[in-house]
Design a protein around this ligand. Structure first.
Ligand code: TMP
Length: 201
């Protein structure tokens, strides 16, 4: 069986990752492609600890970085690898670059964060939804979580853009309306899959 592909949607809070990841899944399924939506932090045992920590004011950021990395290994073992082996296209709403972007800011040691995450296999395609933090935060209607503050998100955004440059992610301007942004997401993925000959016309 042909291995599937891991496509990751990244970006700061309020960039529209979940909306676009879900739209992408629907579009791919309509094309008859086996596709699965997944996300980090997961709802597994470690993900649930992270969820509890998210609302706390005082958190040891190194413990948090370790937990995000541990949750990712769980995600890889339980969801990502088995589905890739079955030939699925996986659309992941956040993955390893979320840790590199957020935890290198909170912990202040990017190399350590990268080392912790060295077991995470490389995604096949990373799409960065780039949004101005003020616009992103304006889209969040629920109570804000710990990282959802302009000063932090500005730094995280810069880190994402730096990573995009270093690793060649596709960057999409997500300050625009949903349909306009999705048109770019869809066309990027279509091009990627055509290159990989995974799309039947
Ligand atoms: P979510 O809003 O996409 O569910 O993510 C929850 C928060 O967790 C979000 O503010 C970003 C943060 N996060 C990290 O700091 N590091 C990570 O590795 C992941 C996956 C998420």
């Amino acid at each position: 069986m042909k291995r599937g592909f891991l496509i990751v949607i990244e970006g700061i809070d309020g960039a529209g990752k979940t909306t676009h990841a879900r739209k992408l899944v629907r579009w791919l399924r309509k094309k008859g492609i086996q596709t699965r939506y997944t996300f980090e932090p997961t709802r597994g045992a470690i993900g649930r600890i992270l969820e509890k920590m998210a609302s706390k004011r005082k958190v040891d950021v190194r413990v948090e970085a370790l937990l995000f990395a541990a949750d990712r290994i769980d995600h890889l073992n339980k969801i990502i690898r088995p589905l890739l082996e079955k030939g699925f296209i996986i659309i992941s709403d956040r993955y390893v670059h979320s840790s590199i972007a957020y935890q290198s800011i909170t912990v202040g040691d990017q190399r350590w964060v990268e080392e912790l995450n060295k077991f995470a296999e490389k995604p096949d395609l990373v799409i960065l939804l780039d949004v101005d933090p003020e616009i992103g935060l304006g889209r969040i209607k629920r109570k804000r979580a710990r990282f959802e503050r302009v000063e932090i998100l500005k730094k995280v955004r810069e880190k994402y853009l730096e990573l995009a440059e270093r690793e060649g992610f596709k960057v999409i301007d997500a300050n625009r309306g949903v349909e306009e942004v999705f048109e770019d997401v869809r066309s990027l993925v279509e091009k990627f899959l055509e290159e990989k000959k995974a799309l039947q016309q």
